[in-house]
Design a protein around this ligand. Structure first.
Ligand code: ATP
Ligand code: MG
Length: 284
């Protein structure tokens, strides 16, 4: 029994999808121009497809799992389950209008022509906001549509906003924030579910490790308790005596989000020689 996983053949999600499998300790032979390949050390077969096709294949069970952007999952609206957010391929789906337009809110989209490759999501957004506008579905280079007089506004994926800027547009509304997700067929049997659970266990350990850092520091013993109280650790910090009298080495794990605040407090409490090290896997 093997699970079939569909990933993007080439494009923005391809490399990170392969990297995630590698970080999960899954060896796949990623030859170019191949349709599929098998993992040598995990019950997984990997299919390389266009991202647009992945939700359909997963719904049909041609693939059991897929890695795609949430934007594609929503646009295709297939019967699949989103099992895990993967933390890469982050972008937003936004409405953009010409820079010179005086935009003050969604109502300004009324009666405009909006060019997009995401007609389903845009239609849903307009309905929710009771706006009537004309959706022009096009298959690519959406950002040039206003410049050539094809549309008054666009809805497209944005990450830095530089493409919009270069085309004389500005972001007006964020419709959706998206990242890559793992999707699964709704009818996995027990054996398939077991393999998926095994894969998910690894993915979670990799994700957790990325959000955390291992920290080592030297603490004066007279302020040790205060320093320890700043460091949650997985259970509690490790404290080891230094060769120099009156000092200890403290080891712990810190969440990326609290990182800088805690580092500042640690310094203020007398911590010295603070080292911060990436963690490869983290199982709690
Ligand atoms: P395919 O040939 O597989 O159909 P594509 O051209 O549709 O590829 P890509 O441009 O490679 O797709 O983008 C794949 C996904 O990467 C998007 O659906 C989105 O989820 C994500 N992504 C992240 N940042 C961006 C961005 N700035 N622009 C476009 N997509 C982005
Ligand atoms: Mg595509």
């Amino acid at each position: 029994m093997k699970l079939k996983l569909a990933i993007q053949k080439s494009g923005r999600l391809h490399d990170d999808s392969i990297k995630l499998l590698k970080e999960c300790g899954i060896d796949i032979n990623n030859g170019v121009n191949r349709l599929k390949t098998e993992a040598s050390n995990f019950p997984l077969e990997v299919f390389f497809l266009r991202d647009d096709d992945i939700p359909q294949y997963v719904e049909d069970g041609v693939a059991d799992l897929g890695i795609v952007g949430e934007n594609v999952v929503m646009e295709k609206n297939k019967q699949v389950q989103v099992v895990e957010k993967l933390g890469f391929g982050k972008c937003r789906l936004s409405v953009a209008v010409p820079k010179a337009m005086d935009y003050s809110g969604v109502q300004d989209l009324h009666k405009l022509r909006i060019a997009t490759t995401y007609p389903v999501i845009v239609d849903d957004f307009l309905k929710k906001n009771s706006i009537t506008a004309e959706i022009h579905e096009i298959s690519g280079s959406v950002e040039i549509a206003p410049g050539i007089g094809l549309a008054d506004a666009i809805c497209d994926l944005v990450s830095s906003g530089s493409t919009l800027f270069m085309n004389g547009l500005k972001e007006a509304e964020v419709i959706l924030k998206s990242e890559a997700v793992l999707i699964a067929n709704n009818g996995l049997n027990a054996a398939q579910q077991q393999i998926l659970d095994k894969l998910l266990f690894r993915i979670k350990a990799v994700k957790k490790a990325k959000n955390n850092k291992y920290i080592l520091l030297n603490a004066p013993n007279n302020n040790l308790q205060q320093i320890i109280s700043l460091l949650p650790g997985m259970k509690s910090p490790t404290v080891l005596p230094l060769a120099e009298e009156g000092w200890s080495s403290v080891h712990s794990v810190l969440n990326e989000n609290d990182f800088w605040d805690i580092i500042e407090s640690l310094k203020a409490a007398g911590a010295q020689g603070i080292l911060v090290v990436p963690i490869e896997k983290m199982i709690i």
